[in-house]
Design a protein around this ligand. Sequence first.
Ligand code: FMN
Length: 189
Amino acid sequence: MGPFGDVLAGWLPANDDPVRPLVALSSIGLDGYPDVRHVLLSEFDDSGFSFHTDSRSRKIAELTALPRASFTVAWPELGRQLTVAGDTEPADEASLARVYAKRSPYLQVLAQLNDPAFAQLPLDDRLTRWAAFTASHEPGSLTPPETWVGILLRPRRVTLWHGRPDTASQRTEYTREADGSWTTVTLPG
Ligand SMILES: Cc1cc2nc3c(=O)[nH]c(=O)nc-3n(C[C@H](O)[C@H](O)[C@H](O)COP(=O)(O)O)c2cc1C
């Protein structure tokens, strides 16, 4: 996936690791202002980084209007920050079931029930409906709802921040050029 691939393989969990990194994913709002929220990084491979979400969400409306995004995640105790910006497109169909199956039972149910109408119910109703749904569905029996979609972010710029207590932090920044090659610069942290 570019000259940073080996480093990222050491920074990010393998795709089949159930513990997913939490990243701040930014898109451009329909009003032109940046919009940011935390999501789980579902997978990464040579094509890019994928996230999964609800097709009715604001982020999907924003990425449909302008398919550009960035995300950042830091591991301060390790002296690491990863920032990626690039172009988005729908993640491939096969990722939908694969990623859904690896989500926790709670998140699988959430993807089924998490819609605007449910959110607006009084707490008692939300508790009752959640309990009724989980009681009537075996754990592991659920398949992704129609609204479950994936986003693939193809990187254009990847910035690896390296911090350490005994000298100044620095960044290594990779930029994809028009011919597909990557240029690398070292920047202050
Ligand atoms: C710890 C944590 C993990 C989350 N993971 C996801 C996720 O993987 N996918 C997702 O769509 N939303 C996830 N969310 C919810 C989002 O932060 C956000 O509230 C939701 O997706 C709606 O965002 P939008 O209206 O900007 O589209 C997570 C929130 C938290 C706090």
